[in-house]
Design a protein around this ligand. Structure first.
Ligand code: GLN
Length: 450
């Protein structure tokens, strides 16, 4: 099999289905084909040699449009590659194009997207999840073999669950954020979306590691993730938080988790019910912290430095205001206002500082459980995918969708979503959460279950 054929198949499939699925915002066909030809002339060296990959559109790619699904960056061409993109290149993967998402990664359905509307490949009336909806849908629809997403509060795992694919959020610091357009810097991580657990481990292996360009990337060794895929979970101790199977979680979803636990038990693992008592505060904590960080991060889009600038202004201040008013979508504006409010003097102690304190308690809940257990298991989402348009008028129910993924980001630990059955023809996801920097055990359990 030749790389040119693989790349050809990828573009053929995109031509066939992307009119409906709308995973891609930008294709890089000419360069991808040229690179494929080059690879056909050399001996394979990289671990991802010749494999077609898609990249979420908040990860910058040199000379390839990077929009974050926002009008404000609609014509933005970065002048450098993100570290993960450089690493993909070093592994000899072929970048096919850029994938749709919620604007600046704010959302859970890819409906907050200014430039395209991605659909769930399993049923086009349903959302693919978000914010990495394009990353999950492209893999589920067979357009690319794998993709990169980003996860701030669930944006890799939730769409992976909704589209029936495997998605991992690495430990905070495992993967460089250099070149990831920042949403909430203390929570954001880039991670792999794939069909199978093994592919996921390969992709994480290739993008992990300390990076001098990202001071929050961690000085820790990158283990051989693949060597954990033994299929053996004998003696492994699983914790199941009662809060993760409580009200709001649909009975079918709960049942799918209990069935998955039986599979793992049959292979020699044991499980107990535990508690993560501060989970109920996670949603409020997350929206305060993430919006505060977003309000600071997004101040750089001012019409001067990047992308769009309004024509409707005759002085500098008006230019800033009009550019942002015209360039940002409603959800982005809502977050900026919420964050600016939470950080403003007089409210800082009551909201932002309090949220940081609760974040520490949430992190400690996880540490307490991990003193006695190897992994935590539960559903990825309380329900399967919802209908397009169903939650767009009600931001709070949209936010509530992330209730089971958000605590993981606040704690900084790694977690994967693997497919675990269907409800009414729509996929469900099993979430496996690990200790800091223990993606290896997460993969081991996911692989044994898969
Ligand atoms: N849905 C969550 C939000 O809207 C999480 C997004 C993400 O992980 N990027 O903030």
């Amino acid at each position: 099999i030749k790389v040119t054929d693989l790349v050809d198949e990828s573009y053929k499939r995109i031509a066939e289905v992307d009119g409906k699925v709308q995973s891609f915002l930008t294709l890089d066909e000419e360069k991808a084909r040229a690179y494929a030809k080059e690879l056909d002339e050399v001996a394979p060296e990289g671990s991802l040699f010749g494999l077609p990959i898609g990249v979420k559109d908040n990860i910058v790619t040199k000379d390839l449009r990077t929009t974050c699904s926002s009008r404000i960056l609609e014509n933005f061409n970065p002048i450098y590659d993100a570290t993960v993109v450089q690493k993909l290149r070093a592994s000899q993967a072929v970048t096919i194009g850029k994938l749709n998402m919620d604007e600046f990664a704010m959302g859970s359905s890819t409906e907050n997207a200014a430039l395209a509307k991605t659909k769930n490949p399993w049923n086009l009336d349903y959302v693919p999840g978000g914010s990495s909806g394009g990353s999950a849908a492209a893999v589920a629809a067979g357009e690319v073999l794998f993709s990169l997403g980003s996860d701030t509060g669930g944006s890799i795992r939730q769409p992976a669950a909704y589209c029936g694919v495997v998605g991992l959020k690495p430990t905070y610091g495992r993967v460089s954020r250099y070149g990831l357009v920042a949403f909430a810097s203390s929570l954001d991580q880039i991670g792999p979306v794939t069909r199978r657990v093994e592919d996921n481990a390969y992709l994480l292996q290739s993008i992990s590691g300390v990076d001098p360009m990202d001071s929050t990337s961690a000085q820790v060794d990158v283990p051989d993730f693949l060597s954990g895929l033994t299929g053996d979970v004998k003696g492994l101790k699983i914790a199941v938080p009662k809060e993760y199977l409580a009200e709001g979680v649909q009975p079918e979803v709960k049942q799918s988790v209990l069935d998955a636990l039986k599979v793992l038990e049959a292979q020699g693992a044991t499980w107990d019910e535990v508690s993560l008592p501060h989970s109920k505060y996670a949603l409020a904590t997350y929206y305060l912290i993430s919006s505060s960080e977003a309000s600071a991060n997004l101040s750089r889009f001012d019409g001067v430095r990047y992308g769009y600038r309004t024509d409707n202004a005759d002085n500098l201040l008006e230019m800033y205001k009009q550019t942002r008013a015209e360039g940002f979508g409603n959800e982005v504006k809502r977050r900026i206002m919420l964050g600016t409010f939470a950080l403003s003097s007089g409210y800082y102690d009551a909201y932002y500082k309090k949220a940081q304190q609760v974040r520490t308690l949430i992190k400690k809940d996880f540490e307490d459980v991990f003193e006695n257990y190897d992994v935590i298991v539960g559903p990825t989402t309380p329900t399967p995918a919802f209908k397009i348009g169903e939650k767009t008028d009600d931001p709070l129910t949209m936010y509530a969708n992330d209730i089971l993924t958000i605590p993981v980001n606040l704690a900084g630990v790694p977690a994967i979503s693997v497919p675990c059955g269907f409800q009414d023809g729509l996929p469900l996801g099993l979430q496996i959460i690990g200790k800091h920097f223990d993606e290896k055990t997460v993969y081991r359990v996911a692989h044994a279950y898969e």
